[in-house]
Write a protein that binds this ligand. Structure first.
Ligand code: NAD
Length: 282
């Protein structure tokens, strides 16, 4: 999409961090933005802050891990702005517990927010974007953890899923005038480590908490420090805006994890090398 001025975007998880950075960068380009979040206080503050810059924005409260709430948020967007061109599936949570501590509610929470909301985003917003014939774009926030498994199981699984879904749908939606990009951020300065603040009521008291002591504590401390001095979310938002304009398939934020991803590709290649020259039995 070349001309963003006056277009309409719907951004999930827009009350904080990367989502707010994307909403801000789009608003600065003249995009009218519907901010969506589960957290009312954060959503209200974000909408108020952007309105103060004369941006044409509004907010809608929704738990995107519930399909009917995402559908209602889409309805509210059409009611307010008339149409929608850009969907940013960005809401996400970490903290589903590692091997030995995970449980079913934790998997359901993380899969619901990080993956099913993206599936439903495509399903609900794809036809809405297609319907006006002006084209559009869908960006979904995965992670470097969608390229190489390095955080915890439910987070990695859902982020690989978002990458797979985006790569699968990119050629299919191109034929329908919709660009598809997947955002794979590195370490960004956000509130992601406080994800438990957004555990929906139906899971309250059922999600295992993070490591309190033991080896995990040191890792958590290092991650906390890295995120506290991470990349500016508005910088990420500006990259996303450029990616929408340029129809980038993959959006990376920096080169920090490129060697780790290359090492994974090398390990996969080694798997093929191990059986090279053999003739399979049919
Ligand atoms: P954040 O916690 O600052 O923002 C996440 C936002 O999503 C919050 O405003 C939260 O209220 C909202 N949210 C959570 N659950 C929701 C739900 N059920 N329905 C609607 N909104 C919900 O964290 P962030 O880092 O900005 O996270 C944004 C995305 O970026 C996530 O998908 C995350 O996995 C991804 N990401 C973050 C980093 C990083 O280093 N911060 C790196 C890679 C990927």
């Amino acid at each position: 999409m070349q001309d963003l001025d006056g277009k309409v975007a719907f951004v999930t998880g827009a009350g904080s961090g990367i989502g707010l950075g994307i909403a801000t960068a789009l608003a600065q380009a003249g995009v009218r933005v519907m901010l969506c979040d589960i957290n009312k206080a954060a959503l209200d503050a974000a909408v108020e802050g952007l309105k103060a810059t004369n941006a044409d924005v509004d907010g809608v409260l929704a738990d995107v891990s519930l399909k009917d709430q995402l559908q209602s948020a889409a309805d509210a967007t059409l009611e307010h702005f008339g149409k929608v061109h850009i969907l940013v599936n960005n809401a996400g949570v970490g903290g589903g517990g590692d091997y030995g501590t995970w449980n079913d509610p934790a998997w359901r929470w993380v899969i619901g927010v990080n993956l099913m909301s993206v599936v439903w985003g495509f399903e609900i917003f794809g036809p809405l974007i297609e319907s006006h014939g002006e084209g559009g774009h869908i960006v979904s926030t995965a992670s470097i953890a969608g390229m190489v498994a390095l955080t915890n199981p439910s987070y990695d699984v859902t982020k690989f899923g978002v990458v797979a879904l985006s790569e699968d749908l990119r050629p299919k939606l191109a034929a329908r005038g919709i660009g598809v990009s997947v955002l794979c951020p590195g370490v960004i300065r956000t509130n992601i480590l406080e994800s438990s603040r957004n555990i929906p009521d139906r899971f309250q008291g059922q999600i295992p908490s993070g490591p309190i002591e033991g080896p995990g504590t040191e890792v958590l401390k290092a991650v906390t420090e890295a995120i506290a001095s991470g990349i500016d979310p508005l910088y990420v938002g500006e990259l996303v805006r450029e990616a929408i304009e340029g129809d980038w398939p993959h959006i990376f934020t920096d080169l920090q994890f490129e060697p780790v991803i290359e090492a994974r590709f090398d390990a996969i290649k080694a798997g093929f090398d191990r059986i090279r020259g053999r003739t399979p039995r049919y």
